[in-house]
Design a protein around this ligand. Structure first.
Ligand SMILES: O=P(O)(O)O[C@H]1O[C@H](CO)[C@@H](O)[C@H]1O
Ligand SMILES: O=c1cc[nH]c(=O)[nH]1
Length: 293
């Protein structure tokens, strides 16, 4: 039975906004661009015809405006899937829970989330500054394992094959794999994008196999990831948010896609230097794809 959600579970600020994001239901558009870096919000908003909403709390900065007449929001999530848990649950609450009665609405609304991020390539032939479109997100972070029935949105066969191929350590949380929205991915696809499976790691260093002064528990893991193939799919890149975005969106009935600028190639040991001009081009690419259809 639908009953009111307790104030401790759904925290609403005195001004009626949702706890972390400091947003009201009317502040967000149906299409929301998600970025890790708060500085990228200004870059994206600089393309807008006008900005009508500017709100922030902690690292969560939101701007809503129009681009070629289409209402779009951009929101900085900060780094990591723990922040994605906050962002997606709170954005969903804004549209699918009545914040006054605290009741889940009968009729649900679906949002379109497009993450525009940066990423490190795990295949030697992926050039720095190319665009990587994530067909599936693979979480090393464990977030989705906390939710019931997450298997229903997961690619369980790919997960099992991956754990066997890598001899996955029982000390690590079980990896989960969730496809992105086929429609959104199709919309963003072109000869400028490469499609692949993206790993979201719960850290930039050890969890992505980087060794500065500390060794990782399996120093051969990245080689096993690079050589893994399942039904023609390969793992292409590391970043830190896609898996939870895909998982929570699928479970809540939203659409999600992730497109990243490759800024480093881990196989070649290359970093591409100042990536900001390339990010600007990627933002233009995404905005045009989102509005041209
Ligand atoms: O450029 P953003 O969107 O932050 O994405 C990537 O960059 C950060 C790490 O440097 C992580 O958030 C990772 O996912
Ligand atoms: O290698 C990289 C580059 C960007 N972001 C990541 O998480 N990893």
């Amino acid at each position: 039975m639908n009953k009111a959600i307790e104030p401790s579970e759904l925290i609403i600020n005195e001004n009626g906004s949702i706890f972390h994001l400091n947003l009201l239901p009317e502040d967000i558009a149906d299409t929301i661009l998600l970025v890790g870096d708060p500085g990228r919000v200004d870059l994206i908003a600089s393309f807008f015809d006008k900005v009508e909403v500017e709100k922030r709390n902690r690292e969560f900065i939101t701007k809503t405006g129009t681009y070629q007449g289409k209402r779009i929001s951009v929101l900085a999530t900060g780094i990591g899937t723990d922040n994605i848990d906050i962002v997606i649950n709170e954005l969903d609450a804004l549209v699918n829970i009545d914040l006054n009665t605290r009741m889940v609405k009968e009729e649900k609304r679906s949002l379109n989330f497009i993450r525009i991020g940066t990423s490190g390539a795990l295949q030697a032939d992926l050039p720095v500054h190319s665009y990587l479109l994530s067909e599936k997100g693979m979480g090393f972070d464990g977030l989705l394992n906390f939710y019931a029935n997450r298997e229903e949105v997961s690619d369980n066969a790919l997960e099992a094959a991956f754990m066997q191929h890598t001899q996955w350590s029982p000390k690590l949380t079980a990896p989960y794999v969730v496809p992105g929205s086929a429609d959104l991915i199709e919309k963003l696809k072109s000869e400028h994008t490469t499609a692949g499976v993206t790993i979201s790691a719960p850290g930039f260093y050890g969890p992505q196999g980087r060794m500065l002064r500390l060794k990782t528990q399996d120093t051969g893991l990245n080689e096993k990831i690079t050589s893994f193939a399942f039904e023609g799919q390969k793992i292409t890149n590391y970043e830190m948010e896609c898996s939870a975005l895909y998982g929570l969106s699928a479970m809540l009935g939203h659409h999600a896609a992730t497109i990243c600028l490759i800024i480093a190639n881990r196989l070649r040991g290359e970093f591409g230097g100042d990536y900001k001009p390339h990010m600007k081009q990627l933002v233009q690419y995404v905005l045009d794809k989102v509005t041209n259809n």
